[in-house]
Design a protein around this ligand. Sequence first.
Ligand code: AMP
Length: 214
Amino acid sequence: MRLILLGAPGAGKGTVAKKLTALDGSVQISTGDILRAAVRDGTALGKQADAFMKAGDLVPDALIMGIMGERLLEQDCANGFLLDGFPRTIPQAEELGNLLTKLNIKLDFVVNLDVPRDVILDRLTTRRTCSNPACQAIYNIKSMPSKVDGVCDKCGSPTIQRDDETEEAISKRLDTYEEKTAPLANYYEKIGLLLNVNATSSEAVVKAISDKLA
Ligand code: AMP
């Protein structure tokens, strides 16, 4: 499958993408994960992206398009891909459209995960991530705690709150989403590619997507 997953931070794009990859071997491409790895590794890309990310701002379009232009050419995309967190602006969507045309790739559709802001705020402030870069398991102190508080079940490393998951940074990220990314739903609806899903549970979302693909 070749899908774009749209939705605010915390809407569940990553969780849904992971479940979908298990269905047919498509790869999840998360620009947020690629950028966090670049920051951690101290690459030139990471150095340019770091301050934007910490502030809850978007990284400039040119940097993101550079990443995606290369990523979509990699061999593992041949089985399909789930774009998680990209595109995030109208210019990114337009450039992606040009890129896909050039590569002769057709999207199946664009899924918009619609989750109320208060649910998202609660989810993100209670999210914890394993600090081990090779693991990065995700927990939630309310709904999915690790067995031992602050310790990853899978690898034993400390679990942490991401720099951009403080209440202030989250609020900024949601404002940025409303301003820059939410208009993409309308953009894709106009070109007949949008599937709106009221994302109550990731299982329900995966089912809605599988039904539409069938
Ligand atoms: P995410 O994990 O998808 O919420 O991304 C974390 C942060 O990475 C965002 O708050 C942005 O600063 C940056 N980022 C990720 N994807 C993009 C994108 N497509 N365009 C611009 N910035 C992005």
